[in-house]
Design a protein around this ligand. Structure first.
Ligand code: GUN
Length: 320
């Protein structure tokens, strides 16, 4: 019924309801606060472990080249390790370094007992075969969860190291009380580091899983018709504002994994960080949404610490 057909005060009510719907904004999922809570509990566990067993958990990082975003991520990881009582050392290599030199450094970390976890910051320069470097990491130190052995364990339903971002998304859903059991989850993006492992995690059984999962990618015929089915929509495409409001079912939960730098001369640094989701318009449709920054990013760092602690426990013959 058109508004004009409704008599008197009822029409005013109708219009008000309609407008308030448009203004409705989604609840913001505070990844920063949830990550801080997870990190505090990991720091307490690290502290107890250090008292019982020397040495401290250790993380060896390899950073190649001078991509400013990669340098900034690695600094964030180093700081988080220090705060949690995890020993860390970063090998910074020039962009022109050979693949052999990168693998040699990985192998030094493999042999060095001070390091229970190894992380090679990605992406690597084009002349280096990323897969070969990842395969050279000792699978029992592969806290990035990218070695084929760890990827296989996840698919086999016996996860050991799971990549930190998907693990962080799952933990965020659990900590925020978002039900995944029976939910329809649509993931946009099929990368080895986010989309694929997240699909495997959410398809599993148990807490924070048991979802019906669809993975969309560049070959998907009608992306919006897929994303509009989602109770939980995960954007991991690496393209600013790729997910717009017409692609989201009213009331859906939207998780934004993207993080891109876009030029903004009004900012001191000359750029600002944006996600894959058109945040303003989508938060008028969704019931809950993660911000960028302050959503998935801090959870990724928290779950890296979780994986380093797990690696230390496994080195002692323990487990989760
Ligand atoms: N580059 C962007 N995200 C990641 C990550 O989770 N791990 C590594 N190693 N590199 C990245």
């Amino acid at each position: 019924m058109a508004v004009a057909e409704i008599p008197g005060s009822l029409a005013a009510d109708f219009q008000e309801v309609d407008q308030s719907k448009k203004r409705q904004t989604a609840r913001v999922i505070d990844g920063k606060a949830i990550a801080a809570k997870v990190r505090a509990s990991l720091a307490a566990e690290v502290s107890a472990l250090r008292e019982a067993h020397a040495p401290s958990p250790g993380l060896g990082v390899i950073l190649v080249g001078n991509d400013p975003a990669s340098h900034s991520y690695v600094r964030g990881k180093e700081r988080a390790c220090e705060e949690a009582g995890i020993f860390t050392e970063t090998m910074r290599l020039e962009g022109g370094v050979s693949q052999r030199e990168v693998v040699d450094q990985v192998e030094r970390f493999n042999r060095d007992k001070r390091f229970h976890g190894i992380l090679v910051q990605l992406p690597l320069p084009d002349h280096i075969d990323e897969r070969a470097v990842i395969r050279s990491v000792d699978p029992s130190k592969d806290v990035d969860g990218l070695h084929p052995e760890n990827a296989g364990l996840l698919l086999a339903g016996a996860p050991r190291f799971v990549p930190a971002t998907p693990l962080g998304v799952q933990r965020l859903l659990i900590e925020d009380g978002i039900e995944t059991n029976g939910a329809k989850v649509v993931i946009c993006g099929r990368s080895n580091i986010v989309g694929m492992p997240l699909a495997a995690l959410l398809l599993g059984r148990g807490r924070g899983a048991n979802a019906t999962v669809t993975v969309c990618h560049t070959g998907t015929r009608d992306l919006a018709s897929e994303t509009r089915q989602a109770d939980i929509l995960v954007a991991a495409v690496g393209e600013p504002r790729a997910i717009t409001s017409e692609m989201v079912k009213p009331g859906a939960v939207v998780i934004d994994v993207g993080i891109s730098r876009v030029e903004d001369q009004s900012r001191r640094r000359g750029y600002r960080l944006v996600g894959d989701v058109a945040y303003g318009e989508v938060s008028a449709v969704a019931s809950a949404i993660t911000p960028v920054p302050g959503g998935v990013g801090p959870m990724t760092i928290a779950m890296l610490l979780h994986n380093v602690l797990l690696a230390r426990k496994l080195s002692l013959g323990g487990g989760r």
